[in-house]
Design a protein around this ligand. Structure first.
Ligand code: EPZ
Length: 418
């Protein structure tokens, strides 16, 4: 089994280029199904989740090619509306294809995406909203059999929770529906705004991107476009945390400082100096981090759940005790057991985790439990004494392009052993 071996104790210094946002590229790739023409999606990260989305597009009849970080999708040949179970299982967020496939082909057949390491991952909000837009959905045998009698019809939809995925599915179903759709309590994440920007470039009519009320005026058809995916704010936070745990300083290039405003105060509370400057950001860390009093994960613009594990890795070696409250997912502490193998002192009670910082972590063999939990193990290994061996690297490959190379480029001492 391939493992990443990291020798801890080396300060990181230098510059890291941030890639395009995974959680923006995925819904934009799904949205390209709606376009009877070519879309040039620039700054598209080279990740296994993106490869899974491309496999679905090709299965549906799209022609897809990658030229560096530009993915070109021609969906004029879309000829089917089913996603095989194997492809659905490869990436549970493939549910975001449902709205686009149904709107484009008048029906959709796909298996329930199932849960993942973060919990059952229900899709009730997606299905309720799509039914309100006129999609008939029959749930049978672990599959969703959907059909629309004619064009979907726009209407007002209120979400009980600002679900990112449900907001995306509604947008993809509504942009070519008949009439107007208003989404109340919509998600406000930057990835939603980026999806709206892509759809608008294709001729969609959307107001309120980034706000909690979205208004979509349905149009007859969408045309091709060229769109550049926004920088990945969670990858940005990951490299910020890498500088923080090693007492180093990094220049992060091609970032969007505005999108990480929700994490900056926590890094500063822990003693980091951060200077956003145009499309770059400089972060420098203290010799030893201070504890963070309370980190409560919230929908954007609150502290992002995807950065919880990253900050927890920092808290493990900070001076003092930090408290985490995970309000978004019901079981997003799978990384705690592995951090404790490295000597971290963490107590979990339900959605609360209390972290008592220690002077020094020590190397041990650990395995990634999920994407961001795996990133937390990499961060902990960067500061642990000795060589830490990390396995189950496929979790990391879902969301980080060239992670090992980028870290090596700024002074990390690591190797990949096949
Ligand atoms: C997106 O997941 C991201 N994934 C997640 O990033 C991110 O953690 C999450 O948004 C929150 O920001 C992608 O964009 C591909 P939600 P999503 O719908 O859309 C509950 C990563 O690490 N819920 O906002 O699934 C749900 O169970 C990943 O890159 C329902 O109850 O998030 C969860 O508790 C992990 N019913 C909460 O809402 C529904 O129908 C947030 O889910 C839908 C969601």
């Amino acid at each position: 089994m391939t493992k990443l071996v990291i020798e801890g104790g080396h300060r990181l210094n230098g510059a890291v280029h941030i890639h395009g946002a995974k959680n923006s590229a995925l819904p934009i790739l799904a949205a390209s199904v709606l376009v009877n023409g070519e879309c040039y999606i620039e700054n598209c990260p080279d990740l296994s989740d993106v490869a899974a989305a491309v496999a679905i597009l090709r299965h549906l009849g799209c022609h897809v090619q990658r030229e560096g970080h530009t993915v070109i999708v021609d969906a004029s040949g879309v000829c089917r509306g089913d996603i095989p179970d194997a492809l659905m299982r490869e990436m549970r967020s493939s549910i975001v294809f449902l709205g686009a496939i149904a709107a484009r082909t008048g029906g959709a057949h796909l298996s329930f995406p199932g849960g993942c390491e973060l919990g059952p991952r229900p899709i009730d909000l997606h299905l309720a909203a799509l039914r309100q837009l006129g999609l008939h959905i029959r749930e049978e045998g672990g599959c969703l059999h959907c059909h629309a009698a004619g064009r979907l019809k726009g209407r007002a939809i209120s979400l009980s929770f600002p679900s990112v995925g449900a907001t995306e599915n509604i947008l993809l179903a509504a942009v070519t529906a008949e009439g107007s759709t208003t989404v109340y309590n919509a998600a406000r994440e930057p990835e939603i705004s980026d999806l709206c920007a892509f759809l608008t470039a294709c001729g969609a009519r959307i107001r309120g991107a980034g706000e909690s009320t979205l208004i979509v005026e349905g149009v007859e058809a969408l045309h091709g476009c060229t769109h550049r995916v926004i920088p990945d704010r969670i990858e940005t936070a990951t490299y910020m945390a890498a500088a923080a745990v090693t007492g180093g300083s990094l220049v992060l290039k091609e970032v969007c400082p505005e999108h990480v405003q929700s994490v900056l105060p926590f890094f500063e509370e822990m003693g980091c100096g951060i200077t956003p400057w145009r499309g770059e950001m400089l972060i420098s860390a203290p010799a030893r981090l201070r504890r963070v009093k309370t980190v409560r994960t919230l929908p954007y613009p609150g502290f992002p759940t995807d950065a919880q594990a990253l900050l927890m890795a920092m808290a493990c070696v900070a001076e003092g005790t930090s408290v985490f409250i995970e309000t978004i997912f019901e079981s997003r502490y799978k990384h705690v057991g592995e951090l404790m193998r490295l000597g971290a002192r963490v107590k979990v009670e339900g959605r609360v985790a209390v972290v008592e910082g220690v002077e020094q972590l020590s190397a041990a063999p650990v395995e990634c439990t999920d994407l961001r939990g795996g990133a937390a193990l990499v961060l902990a290994a960067l500061t642990a004494q000795g060589e830490t061996e990390i396995t189950n690297l496929y979790h990391l490959e879902r969301g980080y392009e060239a992670l090992a190379e980028s870290l090596q480029g700024v002074g990390a001492v690591l190797r990949v052993e096949k």
